[in-house]
Ligand binder design. Structure first.
Ligand SMILES: [Zn+2]
Length: 135
């Protein structure tokens, strides 16, 4: 699972769409991480007023998370790999390319968003072509 060097990476056309999906994913991750914390606080809070506040926070996280997930789904269906035409950010059950990167416990798409964050590069999970976000 080595990251291909920058030299071989192609620029992804209109990379701004990917950046938007990236930031949406961050909001989604924050919601997903905050939800169990808020629920935990709600169940172990003695004061009913504060308990209601934690509950409202958890509900807000759930609604926002669902909304953001829907937006990500709609945006990512339009983002296709310029070489293989695969919807690179959507889930698929087919076999992935051997160069596709996947972190333990994470999905291919989540691993790719992480790669975009850390390396500003990613590998198409269908054809294995390395892309970079910047020119
Ligand atoms: Zn591809």
């Amino acid at each position: 699972m080595k990251m291909p060097s920058v030299k071989y990476a192609r620029t992804f056309p209109r990379a701004g769409r990917l950046v938007r999906v990236m930031f949406m994913s961050v909001i989604l991750w924050i919601c997903l991480l905050a939800l169990p914390v808020l629920l935990f606080k709600m169940f172990f809070e003695k004061d009913p007023d504060v308990q209601r506040l934690w509950g409202a926070g958890a509900l807000g996280c759930l609604v926002l998370g669902g909304l953001v997930r829907g937006i990500i789904y709609m945006m990512s269906s339009k983002i296709r790999c310029p070489l293989c035409q695969g919807a690179t950010l959507q889930m698929a059950r087919c076999r992935m390319n051997q160069n596709a990167r996947k972190y333990p416990l994470l999905s291919y798409s989540t691993s790719k968003v992480l790669d975009m964050f850390i390396f500003r590069r990613f590998v198409c999970k269908y054809c294995g072509t390395p892309f970079r976000l910047r020119k």
